[in-house]
Design a protein around this ligand. Structure first.
Ligand SMILES: Cc1ncc(COP(=O)(O)O)c(C=O)c1O
Length: 393
């Protein structure tokens, strides 16, 4: 898979629209990243951590009862079984090592669902780095167990009280803090933001698709017909998709948060819902939910990890080229998928990942007889309060 073109362009998307005050940090990061990825020693260090600490490779699970119900052959890539419970640890360990390589003492991170915050706090504890996590007040409330986990792992959680008080606002705060802190590395948690972040994050998640592709061949005897992943900022999906981009017969489907409906403010579907237009957010040109004045719209999703108002630039490029398509699943469909996977397969998925399963359920007719690979990006323990509240418990 080709890396981004110079200056981080994916076709017309991406780039580095950062304020002057941030450019020095971004340039230093770009240079360090080039050194890091060229170093076989660093790569070996990361591979050892992914294997011995995080639990890679993750299994590929055939889900037979769900497959029988839907009439398709469904396989789950089990990123939920990683240490800390989601794919986010792949990137957190990678960037924490990169920060050590740069001689940094402190990690600044943002988090939405709390999974990236927990992964960052974990990587910092392991590698002896200080950790500060910025988190919107709304997310602090709906992801309480993850807030406690971060604190127990020694991180300081800074609660962000302005804007929509979710992921976008947490990123604003973390970027602001980074400007004045030369000892810190900003450990961005999804494949978004100014160059070089989208390339760095995607690269650390490529392991998902590389493993899954080889496992499909070994276990299913063939590549999948369709690969499905949920898309917040886009990191688990791009980590999975990159391995299949050159397999022309493999269809790639990203699933956005359809929320409560297609009206403005009720969803986070940058491609599929009202308000999605080209624009710039957090230093990156991409599709963005905005009003006619270019102001970023409020979003809604039952899952804290899918409500970012913009999408990673590489996804905009894949869509332009017709190489991937992007659809959505609603809150209700994701909840139904959560319960069905629990009851039929003994797996409690993260509500984010449940969106990908939900898309498969609602498309069972066209998928009949096909081999479908779903990235199960995380586990649902963090979402129990949300799920129980929906059941009136
Ligand atoms: C389990 C899980 N899946 C998916 C996402 C969405 O992020 P991304 O689109 O970067 O994979 C999150 C974000 O917090 C998450 O926690």
């Amino acid at each position: 898979m080709p890396e981004a073109a110079p200056r981080g362009r994916f076709g017309r998307w991406g780039g580095c629209y950062a304020p002057e005050t941030l450019m020095e940090n971004l340039r230093a990061l770009e240079i360090a990243w080039e050194e890091f990825r060229a170093s076989t020693t660093r790569r070996a260090e990361l591979d050892a951590l992914l294997r011995d600490f995080a639990g890679r490779p993750t299994p590929l699970t055939p889900v037979r009862r769900l497959s029988a119900v839907l009439g398709a052959e469904i396989w789950l890539k089990r990123e939920d079984l990683l240490h800390t419970g989601a794919h986010k640890i792949n990137n957190a360990l990678g960037q924490a090592l990169l920060a050590k390589h740069m001689g940094k003492k402190r990690i600044l991170a943002e988090t939405g669902a709390g999974q990236h915050g927990v992964a960052s706090a974990t990587a910092c504890a392991l590698l002896g780095l200080e950790c500060v996590v910025y988190m919107g007040a709304v997310d602090v409330e709906r992801q309480k167990p993850n807030v406690e986990r971060m604190r127990l792992l020694g991180a300081r959680v800074e609660v962000v009280e302005h804007g929509q008080r979710t992921l976008k606002d947490a990123i604003n705060e973390a970027m602001r803090a980074w400007v004045g802190d030369p000892d810190a590395h900003y450990l961005l948690g999804s494949a978004l933001g100014p160059h070089p972040f989208p390339s760095i994050v995607a690269s650390f998640h490529e392991v998902i698709g590389c493993e899954a592709r080889a496992q499909m061949v070994a276990q299913a005897g063939a590549l999948p017909d369709v690969v499905v992943a949920c898309v917040g900022g886009g990191s688990n999906a791009i980590g999975m998709f990159r391995a299949f981009v050159d397999d022309a017969d493999v269809e790639l489907v990203g699933v956005e948060a359809g929320g409560r409906g297609p009206e403005l403010g009720e969803h986070a579907a940058r491609f599929g819902g009202a308000g999605g237009e080209p624009g710039i957010l957090h230093g990156c040109e991409t599709f963005l939910l905005q009003d006619e004045d270019g102001q970023v719209l409020e979003t809604h999703s039952i899952s804290a990890g899918l409500d970012y108002p913009a999408i990673g630039p590489e996804h905009a490029w894949l869509r332009d080229r017709g190489r991937a398509r992007y659809e959505s699943a609603s809150d209700a469909e994701a909840l139904r998928a959560f319960h069905e996977l629990a009851l039929l397969e003994g797996i409690l998925p993260a509500l984010e990942s449940a969106h990908a399963v939900a898309w498969v359920q609602t498309h069972s007719e066209p998928l009949r007889g096909k081999r479908v690979l779903v990235n199960l990006s995380g586990r649902g323990d963090k979402d129990l309060a949300t799920v129980l509240a929906q059941r009136g418990q």
